[in-house]
Design a binder for this molecule. Sequence first.
Ligand code: AGP
Length: 613
Amino acid sequence: MCGIVGYAGEKKTIPILIDGLKRLEYRGYDSAGLAVISKERRLEVRKSPGRVSELEATLKDMPETGNRIGIAHTRWATHGEPTKENAHPHIDCTGNIALVHNGIIENYEALRTYLEERGHTFISKTDTEVVAHLIEEFLKEKGTTFLDAFIKAIQHIKGSYAIVAISVLEPDTIYASHLSSPLVIGQGEGENFLASDASPFLGKASEVLYPPEDEVVVITKDEIKLFDLNKNKRDPVFEKLEGTLESIQKGSYSHFMLKEIHEQPERIRDAMRGRLLLREGDAKLGGLEPIWGDIVNAKRIIISACGTSWHAGLVGKYMLEEIARVHTDVEYASELRYRNPVFEKGDVLFVISQSGETADTLATLREAKSKGVTVAGIVNTVGSTIAREAGVGVYIHAGPEIGVASTKAFTSQVSILALITLAIGRAKYITQEKGVVIAEAMNALPEKVGRALGAEDEIKSIARDFKNSKNFLYLGRGANFPTALEGALKLKEISYIHAEGYPAAEMKHGPIALIDENMPVVFVAPQDGIYEKVLSNIEEVRARKGKVIAIANEGDDRIKSLADYIIRVPRTLGWLGPIVNVAPLQLLAYYLALERGCPIDQPRNLAKSVTVE
Ligand code: AGP
């Protein structure tokens, strides 16, 4: 996905656009650009491959520009390599219109042919450029306003988009619209903002508008107007802007990822605050109230997500089946949506998403809703598309997660799933006495995660020993199998070392062939109900000279004779273990990536949320 910023106001436009892009750079960072309108009403466009800082370096000779309006974009390439020509903004033939876009225009080839037949010449290989030329083409029709041409252009598009356009024809106005791609509007004092999420205007705007899809937003420094596609005015509904500037700054940490790893104790508290009922040994999730009967009586719970959120969902399966005794299926959203999925009466679908914008997860939600399935979201980003379209659900309150590799969102997602598990269990057959034991164990999690993070020095040393490894195996059983998957994904994403997560027992059915003295094997080995089995798997690895790194409980002496390296974590209930056991795996990935000089917060090829298919 990409990051979009727009500004209309009295202040110097370029510094605001650049600052906004830097706050959105986690969304995509292979090229960037901006467009402003000069005092002479001329469009000034600057673009550059690479990071926002490289774009900034090209602005030294920028003519003094009017304090009017500007748009900017940081890109995660879909169509066309990350070059200057393919960077946004894109302009039309006249050079009067500039436009940025996040999404995919699926019918861009047909539109490009239509436009080339009418004499338009293209500079880029992108899908986006067609929209600038479409507006130009439609403006040729006598009496057509820019709003008319903008509406007509978006009506010709198939696919997903957040499109923002400016023109010298209306040098004080920004036009925008979105479909299946995020767009938020910030209202300030004598200035207004527009962006892909609220980060660029945290600390600058007081209210936020989440414009409905398929409507057009028309922004000047003093006004924010909404129109439907028939040009009927609509009333914008503003909400108080949540979040603080501090929440999107690194503070004393060298990377957002490290900050977010260490935030987890507090964020898990936030996830459980007001929801975990210690005395009653129960949990209450107000956001699920409207469908709580469906959830408690569900014959099957389906959890669908992508990436780390899918791993959280897989932990949820182990929780819900062991404790709430409800059949739970976990599905990759990208697979479920195309499989003509079988939904039956009594199914309840939970979609999990940190960004709330992941295209495959959103599509799965829509597919299930179209088939009448009861749905709910477990989402981090307030007001995101998935949160709004699910209509019912639970915010995880992890705060903005800037590091591309998800960490605090995972543990907060799993904490929410634990609350749901407790609440269903208590509604069905768990006694208050047992519920209190569970609730107390959950209440102790933040402190235990904090203690697990205390192993940072040992982990730094292990990272030094293994920084040249080419492969890692991560093995775990039960709810720690998804913990192993998550540890492996973290390592892959930010250190580029190949790593594979596997059920520990399954290692004998193939991956054991990989074991030799060059293969580090990370075992998630808490003293839970299957601990003995994991010890046997460790023996099998050692018998083949594999190097064993064990995540083991405090006080576990048996592991000493089996593991080459031990990282200690506090004990908790087996099914809550992933919340504690993942913390050292996050730090291990972080310090291995640091040892290897990788760009931790913005790993190559990745983006924070994949809003394209
Ligand atoms: C996790 O570290 C990755 N960045 C990625 O797998 C991510 O979890 C996935 O794209 C899903 O994103 P979402 O939670 O925002 O839907």
